[in-house]
Every structure is written in structure tokens, then in C-alpha cells.
Design a protein around this ligand. Structure first.
Ligand SMILES: Nc1ncnc2c1ncn2[C@@H]1O[C@H](COP(=O)(O)OP(=O)(O)OP(=O)(O)O)[C@@H](O)[C@H]1O
Ligand SMILES: [Mg+2]
Length: 397
């Protein structure tokens, strides 16, 4: 089937001609006889009203001065029946008042009696019909645009939701790898507590028992802090409000979390954050950024500098309108060929099961979400610098 065959046949437009002079009606019927319209003629206003109500109207060509109903009334009614209807008024005298009212009522045009040039009338009806087609097409396009806009908005909302879910799942997957370290971190004070409790069970000296109990409280506090840190980190950021994030605290928390969870032996940390460096974001997402960057740095220096001279420096500060932060390590660096890949999802050089390759992609997503940027510079054999920049937030903004 070709294109032409699949198109629905276009219904003929309904042209309603109204005039109380039989001769004029006759002339006009002849003028429109061979046109692409279905023509109805009425000699009274009431007849026209009835006809338009039952059969509708596309183009109305009406005398202004009818004995029963004013032509402008018919115009109004035609627009009520079909808001795309075009109307041409026939009038014996083109008074300014008539012209203005017709215009106000959105008549397409008017024709003067006597009808000297009937082909001119036909031209006017043809132009009215064209304008009607254009208006209908415009309306269809606007409707189409609105629907597309609506679809786009829905897609955007879905993307945002997926993005939030992705950020959260990366965090949870990351916690899986952090968990082994955390378990180790919890087990030392736990063993301490067990030993002290056993000692208390066999100790008669009340003073000593009290000392042991105080130590148990200390150990328990350590465990509580670890649990609080991990559970606040794993909290879904969607349940959190945008706040003023103070970078000092977030960076210190992130470094502590990594220190507790990863093997950081022989790694020297240095944190230099200008006080009162603020940005507007969700705290746990900014923490996630630094956990990922610091964890990568630890993994890099641990493999490259097993002798204990690994150094990781986290710096942050602000200038006029931006907040910046850098995570610097003296690990192996990233080969120039690969540096363009590190923010891609699933790019990892770690052994299977050791890394998902999502860490830096999430860093990138979170940074851009807050109108920030992240970039990397690296010299092979010397180290790597990740630089973040965000719009300034908080009281300093
Ligand atoms: N500080 C760094 N020094 C050297 N290479 C790095 C550094 N940070 C990232 N990379 C390289 O970029 C890759 C991607 O890092 P990314 O954090 O996205 O994933 P990953 O660390 O491999 O896995 P995970 O999903 O557990 O974070 C790493 O595998 C590593 O090759
Ligand atoms: Mg990583």
C-alpha cells in the first residue's frame, strides 16, 4: 500500500451561505458550485442557526443585516460550534463600527454589496479556508510539542530517579568492599571487651573491676562510632535535604571511614581544608565523592609503595565564587592512554571482584549534579591529582 492510499479521505468543508435575498443566494450557489466545499444555503438567520447546530460549520458567509438574526450573532454562534470556523460578512455599507465589531469577533473579512465581483468573493472564501488549515495545523503542532514536552519531562524524571538509584547502589556495593575492613576494625575493641568481661568475672577486687568496666565503656564507644559512621554513610541520599555542607567535616569523616575499612598501613594522610569552605549539596553524596577518591588513592599507593612511604593529601578551599578540592597521591599514576577512560562506568584495572569501575563515574555524576566539575592529572610513576570544583554555597555564597 502506498502513502496516498493509507491517508484517510479528507472530509469536505461545510460552507454555509446565508442571505435573505434569493437572487444573491442563487448567485453565490453558482459561484461555489464546483468548489471543494459542501455548500448549504439559508435564507434566514434562524435557519442558519439550526443548520449549524445540527451539521456544524467550517466557513460561514453571511449577510450582516438579516430580518430575524443579526449576521454578527451568527458569527458568534459559528465560532461557538467550531472554534476554527472562519466567517466572512456581507454588508451593504462598510461602516467603521461594523468593521470593528466584525474584527473584534474575529471575522476573516467582509464583502460589500452589491456583489460586483463574485470571483473576488470566491477568492476570499478560499483564503479563509487556507487560514483555517494553517490554524488547524498550528494547533496540531502545538499539541504535538506539548505531548513531546510531556514525554521529555517524564523521561527526565525517570533519569533523575535512576541516577539517584545508581548513586545509592554504588554506595551499597562500596560498603560491601568496606565491610571487611570495618569488621576488622570492630573486632579489635570487641576482643578487648570480651577479655575484660572475662577478667571481671574472676576478679574480686572491686576497684579493678571498676577500671575494667570503664575500659569496656571506652571500647564500646569506639564500636558505636564506627557503626554510626557506616550507617550514616549508607543512608539513602534521596531522604536527605540539600544543606550547607562544610567540607572540613565531610573530608575528615570520609578519610576516617576509608582508614577504618581499607588497609592503610604505611600511608600518611594530610588534610588541609580552609575553614568555612561551604557548598550546597547533600552531605552523604559529597562524602561519597571523597570516600571514592580517597579509597582509590589508598589502593593506588598501597600497591605502588608497599614500603610505607605512601602519601595522600586532601586539600580544599575557595576563591571568589567557587569551592575547590584536590585529592593528591604519590601512587603509580595513570598511563596517558587510559586517563580519558577513568570516569567511564565499569572501567577498572583492578582484579575481578576487587573493583566495579563505578567509583569515579559516580564521582562525576555527583559533581555534575551540583553544577561542579571533576578532572584528573597524572604523571606515571609519580602520582595523581583529582580536582573538584563546585559553586560556592552557604553563608559565604
Ligand atoms: N588515584 C589513582 N591512581 C591511579 N589510578 C587510579 C586512581 N584512581 C582511579 N584510578 C584508575 O581508575 C580506575 C577506575 O576507578 P574507579 O574508582 O572508577 O573504579 P575502581 O576503583 O576500579 O572500582 P570501584 O568501583 O571499587 O571504585 C581504577 O581501576 C584505576 O585504574
Ligand atoms: Mg574506586
Amino acid at each position: 500500500m502506498n502513502d496516498v492510499e493509507t491517508k484517510a479521505p479528507q472530509a469536505r468543508k461545510h460552507l454555509v451561505v446565508v442571505d435573505d435575498e434569493p437572487v444573491i443566494l442563487q448567485i453565490l450557489t453558482a459561484v461555489f458550485d464546483d468548489g471543494p466545499w459542501r455548500v448549504s444555503t439559508c435564507s434566514t438567520g434562524n435557519e442558519a442557526l439550526r443548520l449549524m447546530r445540527t451539521e456544524g460549520v467550517d466557513i460561514l458567509l453571511t449577510d450582516k443585516n438579516l430580518p430575524d438574526v443579526n449576521g454578527l450573532e451568527l458569527l458568534r454562534f459559528a465560532k461557538e460550534v467550531n472554534d476554527l470556523a472562519e466567517v466572512i460578512i456581507i454588508t451593504g455599507y462598510a461602516s467603521l463600527e461594523t468593521a470593528l465589531t466584525a474584527l473584534e469577533l474575529q471575522a476573516f473579512d467582509y464583502v460589500l454589496k452589491p456583489l460586483n465581483n463574485v470571483f473576488d468573493i470566491r477568492k476570499k472564501v478560499e483564503r479563509a479556508s487556507e487560514r483555517q488549515d494553517i490554524t488547524a495545523e498550528n494547533r496540531r503542532l502545538v499539541h504535538d510539542l506539548q505531548r513531546k514536552n510531556h514525554d521529555l519531562e517524564a523521561a527526565l524524571a525517570e533519569t533523575r530517579k535512576l541516577q539517584a538509584e545508581l548513586i545509592q547502589s554504588e554506595k551499597l556495593a562500596g560498603i560491601g568492599t568496606l565491610a571487611a575492613g570495618i569488621a576488622h576494625e570492630v573486632s579489635s575493641p570487641l576482643f578487648g571487651i570480651m577479655g575484660l568481661a572475662e577478667a571481671i568475672a574472676e576478679e574480686d577486687d572491686v576497684k579493678l573491676c571498676q577500671d575494667y568496666a570503664r575500659e569496656i565503656v571506652e571500647y564500646s564507644r569506639t564500636i558505636r562510632d564506627i557503626v554510626v559512621e557506616l550507617s550514616s554513610y549508607s543512608r539513602a541520599s534521596t531522604s536527605e535535604y540539600l544543606t550547607t555542607v562544610e567540607l572540613t567535616r565531610v573530608i575528615e569523616d570520609a578519610v576516617r571511614l576509608v582508614e577504618r575499612s581499607a588497609d592503610c598501613q604505611g600511608v600518611d594522610f594530610e588534610i588541609t581544608v580552609e575553614p568555612q569552605t561551604y557548598l550546597n549539596a547533600r552531605t552523604s553524596e559529597i562524602q561519597q565523592v571523597f570516600v571514592n577518591l580517597v579509597k582509590n588513592a589508598v589502593e593506588a599507593v598501597r600497591t605502588h609503595r608497599p614500603d610505607g612511604d605512601g602519601r595522600i593529601r586532601v586539600e580544599a578551599g575557595s576563591d571568589d565564587d567557587r569551592v575547590w578540592a584536590r585529592v593528591i597521591d604519590n601512587g603509580p599514576g595513570i598511563p596517558a592512554d587510559n586517563i580519558g577512560l577513568v570516569f567511564d562506568p565499569f572501567y577498572t584495572t583492578k582484579a575481578p571482584g576487587k573493583g566495579t569501575g563505578l567509583g569515579l563515574n559516580i564521582v562525576y555524576r555527583i559533581a555534575t549534579k551540583y553544577r561542579g566539575t571533576v578532572s584528573v592529572e597524572s604523571v606515571e610513576g609519580q602520582g595523581t591529582v583529582f580536582t573538584l570544583s563546585f559553586p560556592k554555597g552557604g553563608s559565604a555564597a
